[in-house]
Design a protein around this ligand. Sequence first.
Ligand code: ADP
Ligand code: GLC
Length: 477
Amino acid sequence: MQVLSVTSELYPLVKTGGLADVTGALPGALKSLGVEMRTLVPGYPAVMSALENTVSVHTFQNLMGGPATLRSGTAKGLDVFVLDAPHLFNRAGNPYLGPDGKDWPDNAQRYAALSEVAADLARGALGSYKADILHVHDWQAALAAVYTRYRGGPKTVITVHNIAFQGQFPAGYFNVLNLPPQAFAIDGVEFYGNVSFLKGGLACADAITTVSPTYANEICTADYGMGLQGLLQSRRTVLSGIVNGIDTDVWNPQTDKAIAANYSVKDMTGRVLNKRAIEKRFNLETGDGIIHGVVSRLTWQKGLDIFASLLDWMVGTGARLALIGTGEPAIEDAVKAAAQRHPGRIAVSTAYDENLSHLVQAGCDTMLVPSRFEPCGLTQLYGLRYGCVPVVARTGGLADTIIDANDAALAAGVATGIQFSPVDGVTLQYVLARTAMLFKNKSAWATVQARGMATDVSWNRSAAAYAALYHSVIKNG
Ligand code: ADP
Ligand code: GLC
C-alpha cells in the first residue's frame, strides 16, 4: 500500500513541535506492516540542503505566483517529495513566522500550494506516482482533502494534531485557492463567513483521526472544539483517536549520545550523573532534592503561565527547576525573572535545543506538563522512557498515557506518574506538594520510575492502528 503523507514539519529536517516527531517516525513504523509511506514537505532551506538523490517529478511555471519544481529524493533516511518553490518556502527560521514573530502574510498561498500539489500528486496527475491513501496533517495540509473531493483521487485521512490551529483567512482568499465556487459552502471550506483550511479538510476527508482517544471525545464538545465541535459531532463515526508513539531509537537512555551517561531500568546509576550534569549545565545548586523539568512551548495551552506564577512558592518548598522553552513573551519574561530572583534554584533556557531536551529528560526528576488541553503530548512519553516522572494535567493524551500514583495504583504497582485536574494555581500547588511527598518515599518513587520505563511507548501499536484504518477506509470506499 502506498500512502502519501503531507506535512509542514518533519523531524529531523524541520521541527517546531510534536507534529514533526510524529510525521518523522510514522513512515519507519509502518514499513514492516506493508505500508510504504512517502512524505511531501515544503522546500524550506533546511529541507533543500538535506535532500539527496534528487529527481525532478514535475515543474510548474506559476504556482501561487512563481515557478516551482516538485522533487523526489531522500533526506536523512526519509523518502520525500519536496515542493521546491523558492518564492514560498526559501525563508530561514520558523516555518510559519517571519522575523517579526508574526505569521507570514502569504501563509494561505504557501500551504494551499502544498495541498494542491499533494492532491494532484496523490491522484497520479504529476508523473508516475500514485497513492492509495492521502494522509494529511493539520491545517497546513488539510486543503488536499478538499482538492481531492473536487478533482478525484485516493481516499483521504486527516489527522488533527491541535484544533487550536485552524488556518482561517478572510473570505477574499477563496479566489486564490483554485477551488470550484461550490467549495465555499457549509460542507466545504466556508466557516462563519471566512475560509478555514482545517474545516474544509474535516468536512471532506474520508476519515478523521486525532492523536488520542480522550482528545477525540473532547473536540466534540464546545469546551474543546473551538467552533468545530458541531461538524465533528456530525462526523463522529469516522473520527477516532490514535495515541502517538515515540521513536525509541532516538529516545533511548541506554544509547542516547546527547546525555551525560547512559542508563537503563536495571542500572540507574547513570541517571544520577545526568542529574549532576543538569546542575552544572543550568548552574543549579548541587543536591539530592527534587529537580522539576519542563521542555515546552511557553504558551497558554501548556498552562505555564499558571506555573510561572507559583515559582516563588515552589522555591520555598525546596524544589529546583530546569526549564527550556520558547513562546509567548509574557511567559518567557515571567520565568526569566523568576530565574533571576532565584539563582541556583531556577534555571531557564529560551533556546530551542534538541540535545538539551534529552539531557533534561535524563537528569530531572519530573517532567511537568500542566496543559489546559493537550491533544497527545510527547514530552510525557519521553519522560516515561527516561525515568523522568511525568506530572501532568488530566486532559487529552496526558489522561490516556499516564497512570496516576494514587494510593490504589501505588498499592497495585501500576502507577507511572502523577495526574491532576483542574488546571489552576491551587491544584498545581497541591500536586507539586504531592509529588514532593512521593519523591521522599524512595522505594515508591523508584517503582513509579521503573513502571514508566517499562511502558511500551513505541510506535508498534499505533502504527498498526493507522495501517488498519487505511485498510478499512479503502475497503469501505
Ligand atoms: P507540542 O507539539 O504541542 O509543542 P508535544 O509534547 O507533542 O507538544 O511536542 C513537543 C516537542 O517539541 C517535543 O519533542 C519536545 O521535546 C520539543 N520541544 C519543545 N520545546 C523545546 C525546546 N525549547 N528545545 C528542544 N525541544 C523542544
Ligand atoms: C500538537 C499537539 C501535541 C501533540 C503533537 C503531535 O502539537 O499540541 O499534543 O503531541 O501535535 O501529535
